[in-house]
Write a protein that binds this ligand. Structure first.
Ligand code: HEC
Length: 146
């Protein structure tokens, strides 16, 4: 094996290790820490009003059969992890929930979620944060066992 081939192989290995490290670090980080930042909540409020309000209703919305579920404590949004909620906002859901990935960036979706969270009671917020953490731990374990 000549020197060039060796250097090439080392570069490839180095890049793979680098990618693995970055992937690992991204997975370790909490989804985001900005949910209590007033600017994000305000950005989320504006985005929610133009993209979500018509179907999901506002902070006072009640549960109505056959309609989009409310995102306040009357609904079940707070029973789901951040990772799933962000994914559903961006990718949509099977029954009449449009995908927003062409309209909203990931940061936008996070801001909308930050706004929705501002409707939850401290207990709902704490419970949902716990669900997010457990979900992420389960995903991490899944990845380790693969
Ligand atoms: C055209 C009406 C419509 C619009 C607009 C809409 N949704 Fe939905 N959404 C639905 C329906 C209907 C469901 C229930 C479908 C299902 O769960 O499969 C749903 C489900 C969801 C869910 C999962 C259920 C839950 O409460 O956890 C989330 C999260 C959600 N929407 C967030 C949003 C957000 C955020 C926006 C704005 C960016 C939005 N939706 C805009 C109709 C809509």
């Amino acid at each position: 094996m000549n020197e060039k081939t060796l250097v090439g192989i080392l570069i490839v290995i180095g890049s793979l290790v680098g990618i693995a490290v970055i992937y690992f670090m991204l997975n370790q980080q909490p989804l985001y820490n900005n949910e209590d930042v007033p600017e994000n909540i305000e950005t989320g409020r504006v985005l929610y009003a133009s993209n979500c309000l018509s179907c999901h209703g506002d902070q006072q919305a009640g549960l109505t059969f056959g309609k989009a579920p409310p995102h306040n404590g009357n609904g079940h949004t707070w029973h789901h992890s951040d990772a799933e909620l962000i994914q559903w906002i961006l990718e949509g859901r099977p029954i009449n929930m449009p995908a927003f990935k062409d309209t909203l960036s990931r940061e936008d979706a996070e801001a909308v979620l930050a706004y929705i969270k501002s409707w939850w009671t401290p207990n709902q917020k704490a419970t949902q944060a716990d669900i997010s953490r457990r979900y992420q731990e389960a995903i991490d374990r899944q990845n380790e066992n693969n």
